[in-house]
Design a protein around this ligand. Sequence first.
Ligand code: XMP
Ligand code: MG
Length: 184
Amino acid sequence: MTGCQNGSYEVKIMKRKILFSKETIDQRVRELADEISQEYEGREILMIGVLKGAFVFLADLIRSLSIPCEIDFTRLASYGAGTVSTENIVVTKKIEMPIKGRDVVIVEDIVDTGLTLTYLINQLKKERPRSLKVCAFIDKKRKRKIPIEADFVGFTIEDGFVVGYGLDVNEKARFLPDVYIIEE
Ligand code: XMP
Ligand code: MG
């Protein structure tokens, strides 16, 4: 794809419907950061961002916290569409910091089927964190296959494919400041 074609691709997305504007996101992220700061008052947390989708959310979230935090990242990949188990999920980038005895918050972009998050939680629990909670930017309800809920949720939607604010469609559109719904 040439740069020019890439450009028109982005324009197409930008003409779609804005689901959450930058202003709405900014406000909600500040509220979430307040919730987290209150919950862990007087402690230091370790936030684990799930790449790539959560990087923008994580960057905004940490700058609104009023408690100290450290940061690490992990990345997971799933293969085999339509799977109902976590067996087809692999870690493609491990966390690098020890989490034993730490208050850990996983920062995810989207919880959809719940398979990725369930796998990650099970892996991290083996390393004995003091506590383990999840903060998700978007909770998509309809396709959940495992009954798992994030502890802190930015926005809840039923379904639909969303992009922008770190979220991609074939690696495009992550840079957009607003969230767009490109498939209802
Ligand atoms: P599961 O189904 O395991 O997967 O909960 C969650 C992961 O799937 C990706 N995902 C999306 N990415 N727009 C995206 O850019 C979406 O609408 C969407 N829905 C799911 C996402 O990476 C998430 O971590
Ligand atoms: Mg993605």
